[in-house]
Structure formats: structure tokens, C-alpha cells
Design a protein around this ligand. Structure first.
Ligand SMILES: Cc1ncc(COP(=O)(O)O)c(C=O)c1O
Length: 381
């Protein structure tokens, strides 16, 4: 038997795979995984096909095609009133996952500490550990999931290489406000810490609130990389397209890893997206579209024994089931799938210490019909 020393001995089958498998087995409605059950725009698909037919089928430049980077620079300039250099500050990636991995790999060395806000999206921790980094978790607490920045600052040591934040936040659906960003700017000032800000749900912020991006805070941006996902934005998570933004001195290091980890990403899709986003409504119309779904799900769940928590951003809705059961969240999520026919994600899996707060995460990026069918089952519980 070949002897292998695993670099990630603690990584097991993810809860997303487990719940989706269980949903298929029991023919349950799957509100667990974070992707839409509806298709992306026909116009975008046609654009990709047109570029394929026109012969745009070979390697793109390493950093991405200039046209797309330039569109992104213009969009962010209009949002934040500052210019971003498409040549130096933007790289097109194979989804946010690759951007996150590449950013961590470019800066985290063996023994470096990385502070993670938990509950945390599942790709951060293994990406840190495979690079020899040490995860220092900071736990958000109910009911607001706000960061206490003084307590957070206590976690910073001379070994802290990176802080990973995610706003709008998966899975809590909370968002950072201006004060949060200023506090982060303040506590990292004068350090060598790189901030990785995962902003994949940047265009999914509700109730008239403004997304607070690191791009909007010049001193913070000077030490940050921000990651984005076209898959989340354009309902095509299977295309695995995204991008990373950051100041030139960080982007140079990012690209050294990017070049050898993927080199470049899908050429016809880059051309298609660069045309598609010339209509800015494709981006700015998203909040209204998903807010309607959040509100519909909320209305449909009225009268159920689940207590829905505020959802300020992302396409996730947390629900407290403590009025229904005392089971731990993993057991309850599994039983709900088997007996009641709806799959959701238990929140404990997003904590290093598997803290059980009796919360489930439902994804509402689904057709209204599917949300109606799911809610009809959930209110029976
Ligand atoms: C917070 C967060 N970051 C990153 C990703 C991954 O994005 P992508 O599909 O573009 O790799 C996800 C996907 O669920 C996510 O929720």
C-alpha cells in the first residue's frame, strides 16, 4: 500500500455534497446548495456561442482580456468614484474559489496566522492549511452577527499575515457597514497584514443598503485583495468565472501564482461577459430581483415554527428551528430532508468548533414555484 501523508487530513466530504446526495435520494427539494435552479440569460449564452463561432477559442492573456478588465474598472469607478488600472489591478479568474486560493497561496507562508471570521465559507480554511498557514478563528455571535472589533484586534499578533472577511456574508446574510470597514482599516494600519475580502455577493444587498467594498476605502484597499464571482452574479455558477482586484504591488504577487495555477481562463466567456455588462442593469438589477425572492420566501414561511433571521445580503436565509426540535443541526437537517422533503445546510459546519446554534441555511435563489413548494412543506413541520 502506497504511503501518503495528506496535506489536508481533516477534509472530508463536504456538507453540500452530503445534503445534495440526501436530497436526491429522498427526492427532496434542494434549498441547500448556493446556486439557482433557473437558467442564465439567453442573451449571455448567445454571446458566448457567437464568440466561439468567430474563433475566440485559444488562450486568453494571463490576466484576462483587456476589454473585460476595462469594463470592470469603469463599473467600479462609477461605484466608488476612484480609478482602477485595468492593466495592473484586475485579474480574471476561474471563479472566486480560484481567486481566493491564489490570493492565500501568494501571501501565506508556513507558520503564518490567518484570522477568519466564523461561521466561514468552507474554502478558506483548507486553502490556508494546505499552504502551511494557521487558522485563528473569530466567532460571530447571535443575534446580530456583528464583529466586536476591539476583541477582534486582540487576535492580531506579529505572525498575522492575513485577515479574511466576507461581505455580504455567507452563511449569515449579514453585511458590513461603513463603521466595520473603518474599524478594519484602523486595526490593520501600520501592519503588514493583507486583507482578503470575499465580495462574491457584492450585487446582492437589500433594503436600499449600500455594499461596503474594500474598494471604497483607499487605505484599506492599499493592503487588500477583493474577490468576485460572475457565477453568483449571472446565474451560471457552472461556468466558474470570477475576478480579483487589488493594488498593483499585491496583484503582481497574485499573478505569479495565478500564472502557474491556471494561467488564463475561458476566452469566449470573457468576451461575452465583457459585452453583456455594458448593460449595467445586468448587475444593478440583481438586488431587486433577489430581494423579491427573499420577501416571497419570508411571506410563505409566515406561520411556520421556524424563526427567520434578518437577511441583509446574499441569497441565503437563516432560520432558527429551536421551537421545533432540540436535535443538533446536522441531525435535524438530515431528518428534515428525509421526513419532510426539504434540504438545507446546518450552520455548525461553518465553525471550526462546530458550534450548534440550531440554525439552518436556506438558499432562495430558486424559482417562485419551487420556493412555494418548499415553504408548503416547511410550514407543516
Ligand atoms: C462566500 C463565497 N465565496 C466564494 C464562493 C465561490 O464562488 P465561485 O463559484 O465563483 O468559485 C462562494 C460560493 O458559494 C461563496 O459563497
Amino acid at each position: 500500500m502506497q504511503s501518503i501523508i495528506s496535506k489536508l487530513p481533516n477534509v472530508q466530504t463536504s456538507i453540500f455534497t452530503v445534503m445534495s446526495r440526501l436530497a436526491r435520494k429522498h427526492e427532496a427539494i434542494n434549498l441547500s446548495q448556493g446556486f439557482p435552479n433557473f437558467d442564465c440569460d439567453e442573451r449571455l449564452k448567445s454571446l458566448v456561442f457567437d464568440y466561439m463561432k468567430k474563433g475566440y477559442n485559444q488562450y486568453a492573456p494571463m490576466a484576462g482580456i483587456f476589454e473585460l478588465r476595462n469594463q470592470l474598472a469603469m463599473i467600479n469607478e462609477s461605484l466608488y468614484g476612484r480609478s482602477f488600472d485595468p492593466e495592473e489591478e484586475i485579474t480574471i479568474t476561474a471563479g472566486a474559489t480560484q481567486a481566493i486560493y491564489t490570493a492565500i497561496s501568494a501571501f501565506v507562508q508556513a507558520g503564518d496566522e490567518v484570522i477568519l471570521i466564523e461561521p466561514a465559507y468552507d474554502s478558506y480554511k483548507p486553502s490556508i492549511e494546505v499552504n502551511g498557514g494557521i487558522v485563528i478563528p473569530y466567532g460571530l455571535t447571535l443575534p446580530s452577527f456583528k464583529v466586536d472589533w476591539d476583541a477582534f484586534a486582540q487576535l492580531i499578533t506579529d505572525k498575522t499575515r492575513m485577515i479574511v472577511i466576507n461581505t455580504p456574508h455567507n452563511p449569515t446574510a449579514s453585511v458590513f457597514d461603513e463603521e466595520d470597514m473603518k474599524a478594519l482599516e484602523r486595526i490593520t494600519k501600520g501592519t503588514n497584514i493583507v486583507v482578503l475580502c470575499d465580495e462574491v455577493y457584492a450585487f446582492l444587498v437589500y433594503d436600499g443598503q449600500k455594499h461596503q467594498s474594500v474598494l471604497n476605502f483607499p487605505d484599506l484597499y492599499a493592503r487588500s485583495l477583493a474577490t468576485y464571482s460572475f457565477g453568483k452574479t449571472f446565474h451560471n455558477t457552472g461556468w466558474k468565472m470570477g475576478y480579483c482586484m487589488g493594488p498593483a504591488h499585491l496583484m503582481r504577487e497574485f499573478r505569479k501564482v495565478h500564472e502557474f495555477n491556471v494561467f488564463s481562463v475561458n476566452t469566449p466567456v470573457q468576451y461575452a461577459i465583457s459585452d453583456y455588462i455594458k448593460d449595467r442593469e445586468t448587475l444593478f438589477g440583481l438586488s431587486a430581483f433577489f430581494q423579491q425572492k427573499r420577501d416571497l420566501f419570508g411571506q410563505l414561511m409566515e406561520g411556520s415554527k421556524f424563526r427567520l433571521l434578518p437577511a441583509h445580503g446574499t441569497y441565503f436565509q437563516l432560520a432558527d428551528y429551536s421551537a421545533i426540535s432540540e436535535e443538533n443541526d446536522v441531525d435535524f437537517a438530515k431528518r428534515m430532508t428525509k421526513e419532510f422533503g426539504v434540504a438545507a445546510i446546518p450552520i455548525s459546519v461553518f465553525y471550526s468548533n462546530l458550534k450548534d446554534e440550531k440554525l439552518l441555511r436556506f438558499c432562495f435563489a430558486k424559482t417562485d414555484e419551487l420556493l412555494q413548494q418548499a415553504a408548503a412543506k416547511l410550514i407543516q413541520i
